[in-house]
Design a binder for this molecule. Sequence first.
Ligand SMILES: [Zn+2]
Length: 485
Amino acid sequence: MSTILQLAPQNVWKHFYSLTRIPRPSGHMEKITEFLVNFGKRLGLESFVDEVGNVIIRKPATPGMENRKGVILQAHMDMVPQKNNDTVHDFTKDPIETYIDGDWVKAKGTTLGADDGLGVAAIMAVLEADDLKHGPLEALITKDEETGMYGAFGLKPGTLGGEILLNLDSEDEGELYIGCAGGIDITATMEYKEEVPAADLVARKLTLKGLRGGHSGLEINQGRGNANKLLARIVHDLLIEFDCQLSSFEGGNMRNAIPREAHAILVFNPEDIEGLEDYIKEYERQLNEEYTPIESGITLTMETVSLPLAVVPEEIQDNLINALMACQNGVMRMIPTVPDTVETSSNLAIVIIGDGKADVRILARSSCDTMKDFLSDSLTACFSMAGMKIELSGAYSGWQPNVDSPILHAMKLSYKQQFGVEPAVKVIHAGLECGIIGANCPGLDMISFGPTLRSPHSPDERAYIPSVPKFYDFLVATLEQTPEK
Ligand SMILES: [Zn+2]
């Protein structure tokens, strides 16, 4: 008997406990799919798996509630399989062992799977209950959200009849999400014929380090330094001040992370390097001054390295550095209808120049699809001017916030009535399944909310116990107050 079974509301925690017994790492959906379909069938509800592998369960309206708008309750069935190095655990076979630590439910050395197991458990509790009032319900439990939102992408238009979608996969009780960002990958490449540097030149390697980096969506509004952008600026200035030539440039390693480090190798005439050391020191001081207090401890260092075999031809080098200087990076626009919230941004994530090739990778995001197109067109224009070939890939839709949404109004009122305070209304500058589902099923009125979780996707994942009854009561009240058709 696990102690989480004694927590309130027991009907939610009991289903969550069942979910911890069933292996469900992303990519291994067989057992959880079967479990959920059987759960729906045992309740006598229409239950099936759609073409792509999502579980759908329908529950009719309770008496007197047939005239309400249909509600889709959505959560994802998979979980991120992460464990501590010293934990022996096979996510495809072993159950998740939970324990209570103060106000938190945690797992022993693994991810807990409260993301999004608590969402699924709440849906199961609603489906099973015979004492609630609600209009027609559809449960949509998607597969493999964590590795690429495959269930959401594969959902066929027309599969669902509901007009309202409640996504139960956000991580702060008391917050309602009404929008999210879509994204697109921009990759600019070129090949060039390398030049051999004169034998009497000398080479220096510049390394920029100590930046905070962070999530390219959630933290793009913090004004942190982008290592690629800053190093391009330094190289640009050095090319002018010291008449040097670029041999290579390398920064960043993940498209969705703000790059923290970058380095470049430049070749100089030995008689031209007087003052270079001081120039670099002064640059380091200046960067630290510009970025205080956002960044602290930015380091720009220079070391002597052996002369590289090749350099970038001057014209190509100038074009590339100019494009890196000119390209849009960071926040492009805030949402006009939601205060202090980023709408459109880009992250100059990865830059690799050397060995006759240049490769620049950017992730652009926006909750507004047409602004996302504008930004990716602008970036295409910028890198085309440098003679680069552009490839756009991995595009997915954003969820544009509707501050006049009827379900948002109903939920704000109901939250205030229940808990005495207004819920925070937010837009997340990262992808959620709502963006994808909304693109597949246009016209859905959507809200995302959930209990409070911390450190999801890591073995520190934990669920805040007092937030779970609030989350569930709010869900139940929302169903009762769903607008009429
Ligand atoms: Zn999730």
